[in-house]
Design a binder for this molecule. Structure first.
Ligand code: SF4
Ligand code: SF4
Length: 423
């Protein structure tokens, strides 16, 4: 099985931190907690001290290392591009090696590595949902009825779908003979909780005549296991996906989940040349649709008289310059949409994988920043490009008592395409 780098392998990059403190101005967690131990510079100092045997992995240090959203802002703004996000993941792997995974981390990682167990749990979750959860008003999600050590009772989570997305469709959907073969990597949230996003992806791909492959053997992208510190588990998932996604030599691999995109394109390259080669084929769905000319097609649809004001939240994992504008370009081309700006559009929603489980209070503080932007935007709908952000933004909106709907950009695209076909 392939293996990630150890924290010792980052010695050179650690030395490249000149302790300038620029990262303090960009770290969303530091802005909330104002503790040097949580910012990139502080974490780099912790890693150095650990490698020099000056500190032990005690509870306080483990907690400091868990306080990271893996948002990558520190790396992007660092004068030396020190890969702090990767260093933090290496530190978490070291913690797991020395102290074992947390109960929550072990649970998540185990379930995501075993699709049959996942299917069983989702079936049980559906059957007993009424017993365990209560509905949030206006059908915007569920909340736990009982206290739980990991999920706060005031947290909104999406319901499990009646049928998983990959069960609804054949592995191959034929398009036009001369068009590319596109593999759709669904990710867990779309497969089990938000299959309507998957349906929207199919609508858009079919509109362009693409031949579509939805491999049954694909699994979790591995990012949740990696963030929890389970390096071997994440690598097993990455190896399984490599086999499933490359078996048919598709022209492209697309995903509609910004976090899965980050997992597939960035975090598993170091596992070997095959992984790196596959990562080169993975595209965010918006980028792919834009490259294939969907924007022009959308602009040619008949305009609607009263387009709805819609604003766009930029997921942290799509903040790279070339990726951040494409969803917005597609949205602004839609006949039913009047795109409006949002203050803090690029601020983190506060999810950060396991971060929001362990540090939900900080997540909610970050949510307050988003709520202010959403409220002031005057939008009726908040569109974004990541199912994880959708879940967190819905939670924020519920806490703030706002009326806005949250949805995926692809859902808006599919609705306009379908309306155009009907008219
Ligand atoms: S991580 Fe980068 S930005 Fe932060 S202190 Fe080190 S060199 Fe400066
Ligand atoms: S990845 Fe984001 S949350 Fe983590 S240290 Fe860097 S800026 Fe802070």
């Amino acid at each position: 099985m392939s293996k990630h780098q150890e924290i010792e392998d980052y010695r050179q990059q650690l030395r490249e931190c000149v302790k300038c403190g620029t990262c303090r101005a960009h770290c969303p967690v530091f802005k909330q907690v104002q503790s040097e131990a949580v910012v990139a510079r502080g974490k780099i100092s912790l890693a150095e001290a650990l490698l020099d045997n000056k500190i032990d992995l005690d509870q306080r240090i483990i907690s400091d290392i868990s306080q990271c959203l893996a948002c990558g802002r520190c790396v992007k703004n660092c004068p030396n591009q020190v890969p702090t996000d990767e260093i933090i993941l290496a530190l978490r792997r070291r913690i797991a090696q020395k102290k074992g995974l947390t109960l929550f981390g072990r649970g998540v990682s185990t379930v995501l590595q075993h699709p049959r167990l996942m299917s069983l749990l989702t079936r049980l979750g559906r059957a007993f949902s009424w017993l365990v959860f209560r509905k949030v008003p206006k059908g915007s999600g569920l909340r736990l009825r009982f206290p739980s050590p990991y999920i706060s009772r005031d947290r909104t989570i999406p319901p499990i779908a009646p049928q998983a997305f990959r069960q609804r469709h054949p592995e191959f959907i034929a398009g036009e003979p001369n068009k590319p073969l596109v593999t759709f990597f669904t990710g867990c949230m779309i497969n089990y909780m938000m299959p309507e996003i998957g349906e929207s992806v199919l609508t858009a791909l079919k509109e362009l005549g693409m031949n579509i492959l939805i491999p049954k053997d694909q699994g979790c992208c591995g990012l949740p296991a990696l963030c929890a510190g389970d390096g071997p588990g994440a690598a097993r998932l990455a190896d399984r996906n490599l086999e499933a996604l490359t078996a048919h030599k598709a022209d492209y691999i697309v995903t509609a989940c910004a976090s899965c995109h980050s997992g597939l394109t960035k975090h598993f390259r170091e596992l070997g040349p095959d992984h790196a080669q596959m990562a080169g084929k993975v595209l965010d769905i918006h980028e792919f649709l834009y490259q294939q000319g969907l924007e022009e097609k959308l602009r040619s649809l008949p305009r609607q008289d009263n387009p709805r004001p819609v604003t766009y939240h930029i997921p942290c994992h799509l903040r790279k310059d070339d990726l951040k504008e494409t969803p917005r370009k597609l949205l602004s081309a839609l006949p039913s949409v009047r795109l409006v700006d949002m203050k803090h559009a690029g601020a983190c929603c506060g999810l950060g994988g396991t971060f929001s489980v362990y540090h939900y209070d900080i997540s909610k503080q970050l949510g307050n920043i988003k709520a202010e932007g959403i409220r002031d935007s005057g939008a009726e709908v908040v569109a974004t490009a990541c199912p994880g952000c959708i879940m967190q933004l819905q939670d924020t909106i519920n806490h703030a008592g706002l009326p806005q709907q949250v949805c995926h950009v692809l859902e808006m695209i599919a609705t306009d395409l379908q309306n155009a076909q009907k008219s």
